[in-house]
Design a protein around this ligand. Structure first.
Ligand code: CO8
Length: 258
């Protein structure tokens, strides 16, 4: 297993775990974190033995944002030409479902990283927000776009324009978080969700994630066309035959990922 500077990685069964590990900076996302997370996520994604990925931080912070100290002296041209945050697009593009297990602060780029994942589970201590306006900038890793899709225009506008932080319960009510659990149970719960996904047939999991992504990115008509094609293509897998045969024979399916 590769070792990284700013994250810890582990494989448990068919689940790849990525733990942000910059406690001195509340897991602020500098270039090295981006490089490490993207490299680890792509390695898990390329491994057919992995069916789900969990990304988590510490009890105190999932991530307190992009690294302000790294950014503060940059010019607009530096930001534009350096494409400092571009690689996060590769993280959002992995085919394997990613679960964000969020405890403590998920602010700015931290909230945006959680929103690049497919499922957000939150500890009751979690706090979400896009406080960039307090620094005289705006979200730059998807916050103005993905937050609206998650919680609707008006709530997203309030959070982005005021910089207010929202607690886990409010984030769940708003639809950003799928479930809030006691902090001590967060990693176990994330592991259970990940194990469940990883037990399914991988081609159908990839297809489901791709179709869900299409819903976020395209019109209804295009999304429905994509879904129909993806649905049909799964009938060429051995796992589809196995899944439906197992149902008819009243037994558990034995999927091979083929
Ligand atoms: N960047 C760098 N260092 C940080 C960050 C950060 N985002 N957040 C915390 N730290 C550091 C602190 O500087 C401190 O280090 P030190 O001890 O060396 O001074 C250490 O982490 C602990 O932090 P605090 O002492 O501040 O801890 P508190 O418990 O008092 O406060 C808070 C916790 C409320 C989370 C506070 O740290 C805070 O407000 N942090 C900044 C939150 C923020 O503004 N995040 C948004 C950043 S901007 C952003 O994310 C833009 C993303 C898109 C960019 C894309 C461009 C293309």
């Amino acid at each position: 297993m590769t070792s990284y500077e700013t994250i810890l990685t582990e494989t448990r069964g068919r689940v790849g775990w990525i733990t942000l590990n910059r406690p001195e900076a509340l897991n602020a996302l500098n270039s090295q974190v981006m490089h490490d997370v993207v490299t680890a996520a792509e390695a898990f994604d390329a491994d057919e033995g992995i069916g789900a990925i969990v990304v988590t931080g510490s009890e105190r912070a999932f991530a307190a944002g992009a690294d302000i100290k790294e950014m503060s002296d940059k010019t607009g041209l530096d930001m534009l030409m350096g494409d400092h945050f571009g690689a996060w697009g590769r993280f959002a593009a992995v085919r394997t479902p990613v679960i964000a297990a969020v405890s403590g602060y998920a602010l700015g780029g931290g909230c945006e990283l959680a929103m690049m994942c497919d499922i957000i589970l939150a500890a009751d201590t979690a706090q979400f927000g896009q406080p960039e306006i307090n620094l005289a900038v705006i979200p730059g890793m998807g916050g103005t776009q993905r937050l609206i899709r998650a919680v609707g225009y008006y709530k997203a506008a309030e959070l982005v324009l005021t910089g207010r932080t929202m607690p886990a319960e409010e984030a769940e009510r708003a639809g950003l978080v799928s479930r809030v659990v006691p902090a001590a149970e967060l990693l176990d719960e994330a592991g259970k969700v990940a194990d469940t996904i990883a037990s399914k047939s991988l081609p159908s999991v990839f297809a489901a994630k791709a179709a869900l992504d299409a819903a976020m990115e395209t019109s209804l008509a295009e999304g429905l066309r994509f879904e129909r094609q993806a649905f049909a293509s799964l009938f060429d897998t051995a796992d589809q035959k196995e899944g439906m045969a197992a149902f008819r024979e009243k037994r558990k399916p034995d999927f091979t990922g083929r």
